[in-house]
Every structure is written in structure tokens, then in C-alpha cells.
Design a protein around this ligand. Structure first.
Ligand code: SF4
Length: 374
């Protein structure tokens, strides 16, 4: 058995234990929610978060200062997940508990609305998907990420989302609307196209080809969606052929950026991952001992090798893909629509007039210099 069974052992205050400051009806209290149907095997622990926007510690090297995580634990169950140890802080286990016992901050949307109204809030960028996946399975039931996106859009507050889930497509219209009011950055995480490696290492996630489709659909909707090839797993998804294949597929799906990240294993995750690897692929243990002999990170040369492979595919393909996107936008902006600005009126937003004129002036095969100007 993984972790503790009793709700009372959670360090969070469960909703049913909260007597004051409740933001939901009394009828919703008093029970831990056991998943049924598509959520069978899962448990949901409702909590009242005292704050929903978290400030990232100054010592962190993260490229964002504020985050929101509406869920703790993640049913995507990635073997390498760096958030696993955070479940232990809650009195739950970093193994199966992390995948099946999900802490749900049920007041996240109302809480965010209040925090954004505070005179102290300066409208900084907020990152989602930095700890657990905002579009994991629980989101299909609770719609907290959807509510958070709506509130951020209403406030015109810039935000970014990183996810491995195609559930993000449910909110396409909302995200498009948000992008008309504020800066919205989206990234799908797709570590490999290899289905065997995917099944082994990310058993709760949608297949990689479905995630690629999501990248294409989001970009076609006018959203700027990139891909993190993350993490690249030693001996499993780090061969040149594998990296070239996934990079090419991402670019062809219209990814606005492709960024590879080599696996790192900090204490807490390291034990879990190596135990899993020892069972799943014991022949790779020696390679990991060598790669991680200096600590949590692989040698810099390995990240460099991976980046170089990705860049070597990206340079020529991205130029072609970029040009195809420009062509599509020009065609859409020229198509007759109700307002004379394209079928949905959206194209004129994503391709401002000045830029459109410049695009139209280009020859069919633009030069590198022309592409750089776009
Ligand atoms: S999707 Fe992200 S948060 Fe969820 S288990 Fe995988 S790595 Fe962890």
C-alpha cells in the first residue's frame, strides 16, 4: 500500500473539516469523493486553498514568478514526474497515491478572482502546469482550469499553460477569446513518438499522436502552441532517430517552438524512477548509474547533444512550416467573411494589416531574410 489511508493525516485541511470561510454549499461537505465510471480507482480530496497564486521562491531558476496549481497529484502517472515527492508533504505516498489520490482545491476559481482584485496584485504572468498537469483527468470532472482561464481572461492577466493532455482542446474557444485580451502561451509536452516507451513511462497520458493533433488544432485556431520534448529518457527515447522523428512531427504539426529537455532526477524522484526502471528495463541501470553519477543532472554534453539534434531538424523544417502557416493565414484573411475580414473575423486579429501587406508582397518561396521579417 502506498502512503497513508486516513484523510485526517493529510496536512491540508480537507473541506469536510473546514468549519469557517467555506466557499461551497454545506451539502458538498462531509465526504471524500471516490471516483466512479471513468474515474474508478481514483479518490478526490477536496481542500480549501488559503491562497491560489503562488510566488516562486527567488532562488528558483524558473522563467516565471507566479504559478497556479489547482490539483495536487496527477493521474498521468509519469514515472519520472518531479512533482511526486510533493505528495509526501501532504502525508500521501509518492507512488500510487500520487497517481490516484488527487487533492482538489475546490475554491481555486473564487480564490483567484479575489486575489486578482487585490490592489497588491500587479498583473504578472501566471504559469500553469509547473507542478501538476492542469488538464489531467480530474479536470474533466472539476473544470477548475477552465474556470481559472476564464477569470484570467476577464482580468486580462497574461498566463501560460503546459500540459500533456488533449483535454486542453475542450477549452479552445475560451483560450482563443483569452488571447484577444491578453498574452496566452501554450505548450504540449511530447517526449517521444515511440508508443512502447510512451506506454511504459507515461501510462495515464493521451498517446503522442493525439497530442500532436492537439498542437495542430490549437495552432490552426490561431493560438501559439509550442512543444517541450520532455523529458528525453536515457536509453529509451534519446536516440538520434527518435529525436529527429519527434522534432519533425512537432514542426509539421505547426509547433511555434520545439524545446528538448534531458531527464533529471532529483532526490525523491530518483528513487522512484530507478526502482521502476529496474523492473521495466533493468539493462539500462548501468547507463543511469553512469549518467547520474554526479547528482541530479546528466553531463552538460548530453543536453548539448540532444539540443543539437533537435536544432538540426528544426532549422530547415521550421522555415518551411512557418511559411505554410503564413500562407494559410493570408488565405484565411482574404476569404470573404461577414465583416470582410475572414471567415471568423479571427484571422485579421492574428495577422495585423501591416504584416499582411508584407506577406502579400512576398514571392511564393520567400528568402530567409523575408521569413525573418515576418
Ligand atoms: S503530466 Fe506532468 S505532472 Fe502529471 S505525472 Fe506527468 S510529469 Fe507529472
Amino acid at each position: 500500500m502506498d502512503g497513508h489511508e486516513e484523510a485526517g493525516q493529510l496536512r491540508w485541511r480537507l473541506v469536510e473539516q473546514e468549519e469557517s470561510g467555506m466557499l461551497f454549499p454545506v451539502s458538498a461537505l462531509g465526504e471524500r469523493h471516490v471516483g466512479t465510471g471513468e474515474y474508478r480507482g481514483m479518490e478526490f480530496f477536496h481542500v480549501n486553498a488559503r491562497a491560489i497564486v503562488n510566488k516562486v521562491p527567488a532562488v528558483s531558476k524558473m522563467p516565471f514568478e507566479y504559478t497556479i496549481n489547482a490539483y495536487r497529484g496527477c493521474s498521468h502517472a509519469c514515472t519520472y514526474c518531479f512533482a511526486r515527492p510533493t505528495h509526501s508533504y501532504l502525508g500521501l505516498g509518492a507512488g500510487e497515491d500520487f497517481e490516484r489520490k488527487i487533492v482538489v482545491k475546490v475554491n481555486a476559481v473564487e480564490r483567484l478572482r479575489r486575489e486578482l482584485r487585490s490592489p497588491r496584485w500587479q498583473g504578472d504572468h501566471i504559469a500553469m502546469g509547473t507542478n501538476t498537469d492542469p488538464y489531467q483527468k480530474a479536470e474533466g470532472k472539476y473544470h477548475l482550469t477552465q474556470g481559472i482561464v476564464r477569470v484570467l481572461a476577464e482580468a486580462g492577466n497574461p498566463f501560460s499553460i503546459l500540459t500533456k493532455s488533449t483535454l486542453v482542446l475542450r477549452d479552445t474557444a475560451l483560450l482563443v477569446e483569452a488571447a484577444t485580451r491578453t498574452r496566452v502561451s501554450l505548450s504540449l509536452s511530447i517526449g517521444t513518438l515511440d508508443r512502447e516507451v510512451w506506454r511504459l513511462s507515461e501510462p495515464g497520458t493521451p498517446p503522442p499522436d493525439k497530442r500532436l493533433e492537439a498542437v495542430a488544432k490549437l495552432n490552426e485556431a490561431g493560438l501559439r502552441c509550442g512543444v517541450l520534448i520532455a523529458p528525453v529518457l536515457p536509453g529509451l527515447s534519446d536516440s538520434e532517430d527518435q529525436l529527429r522523428a519527434v522534432t519533425k512531427a512537432c514542426l509539421e504539426a505547426g509547433a511555434v517552438s520545439v524545446t528538448p529537455v534531458a531527464l533529471h532526477l532529483r532526490p525523491g524522484v530518483r528513487e522512484h524512477y530507478l526502482q521502476w526502471l529496474g523492473n521495466a528495463r533493468p539493462e539500462l541501470m548501468a547507463l543511469h548509474t553512469e549518467r547520474f553519477q554526479r547528482g541530479s543532472y546528466q553531463p552538460a554534453a548530453e543536453q548539448h547533444r540532444i539540443s543539437e539534434i533537435v536544432r538540426s531538424v528544426e532549422r530547415p523544417v521550421s522555415r518551411r512550416a512557418r511559411w505554410r502557416r503564413v500562407e494559410r493565414r493570408v488565405r484565411a484573411s482574404e476569404a470573404p467573411g461577414p465583416s470582410g475580414s475572414g471567415p471568423s473575423g479571427q484571422s485579421s486579429r492574428t495577422l495585423p494589416d501591416k504584416r499582411r501587406v508584407r506577406v502579400e508582397a512576398l514571392q511564393l518561396r520567400p528568402s530567409t531574410e523575408q521569413l525573418r521579417l515576418l
